[in-house]
Design a protein around this ligand. Sequence first.
Ligand code: HEM
Length: 432
Amino acid sequence: MHAGILRRSSFAPRHESSAPMTATADPEIHFDPLSPEFAKDPYAVYGQMRALGRPFYYEPEGTWMLTRFADVEAVALDKTMLRNPEDRRSPEEIRAHKVKLNMHDMPHHERFVQVSMLDSEGETHARLRKLVFREFTPALIQRQRPAIQAFVDRLLEGLSDREEIDFIADFAAHVPGHIIGRVLGVPDEDCPQLRIWSENIVQYWNVGRTAEKKQLAESATREFYDYLTGLLTERRTSPREDLITRLQGYRDAGEVSEDELISLCMLILKAGHGSTIDVLGSGMHALLRFPDQERRLRDDPALMKPAIQEMFRFESPLPYFHRFATTDIEVAGQSFEAGTRFGLLYGAANRDPQRFDNPDSFDAGRMPNRHIAFGGGVHFCLGNHLARLDMDVIFSTLQTRFKSFDLVEEPVYKTGLSVRGPQSLRIALKAA
Ligand code: HEM
């Protein structure tokens, strides 16, 4: 399939030079990821893009969007496709790329966020991933169950006199940051601030980067950096049984640099934060939209695991990542040059009728359900067991504590391409 191995000097990212020769206009498709219409129903547009039978060129990002499951999976698994081809570019090309994406003049963001394990490749990626992989095994993650349960119980106690809540602001938004913070070793009282930093940094990955967002992302990274260096200094004098202390040990052993360590902590803290909040919201919304499936789950709690798997498929909370081709290559039956940027629309792939029967229906017992919400290949999500565990504890507890949930008003979903989840979700609760 690959037409040849690329030489270093020949790597010129396509979207920074000129529009690809093969780009075709698709005037009949209105793909505007920042519009409220898209936020309301991205799947209708994804369906139109899929029906083209070839990748869709999205000019503002200089990216060929992939919507079919088979194409998205093939690119995610292809080891010649890189998230970050920086070692194949000259410093001038790197600079031009950053300017094009408005990701320049952000010293802290460029130093710790733009170069994380997620954006590293080859040996560096393998070395960093090995260090944290052992911290996220299912067995180790299961040890967090009692702490998650205790935290969820406490939160629900605080809401016990309420008949109506915003499921996101009053409940879901508090859980993931607290648990990830706990794994890392962040004190409970600082966890709410982590959420604010994470959100401000993550927003910057979305399309439509403004000067204001740039400022917010840079200052959030700087504050986050100051906070983490303080915590690391403290752990040096009083080590604890937490990930930060262990990472400090790896640094002392020369396995990771100071900058890599900070960047890893930031990645772990932000990677699963907003995404877990979003899928808690969209998962609850799915149960409200499909009450027969909610009843099915109440009647058979053994369906909780498949139901959670289905929540990730149905509204994939991180629907868009990218890869660069490093060789001339054929994707979806079309030829592309080295340097082409591809958009992996995980959210679209997970609604592909070629892959899933009735993809637009929420089926709590769907089987098989091998979706791609956590990506695939070398960058496959490290935190998926933790995200699933949070969801399991939360939805199991809600089902035992409450007889019913009712939607108070139709939620509005966030705009953009990189995240998917309701902004708020007003629900009425009836205690069991
Ligand atoms: C709702 C939950 C989550 C979703 C949907 C999700 C999704 C993803 C996806 C799609 C990727 C691959 C990105 C790519 O293809 O380029 C990824 C990578 C990653 N995720 Fe998650 N994630 C979630 C939760 C978490 C949590 C809770 C953590 C950590 C506590 C986490 C840590 C990571 C890390 C460290 C990577 C980078 C892995 C690497 O580059 O080797 N994620 N995630």
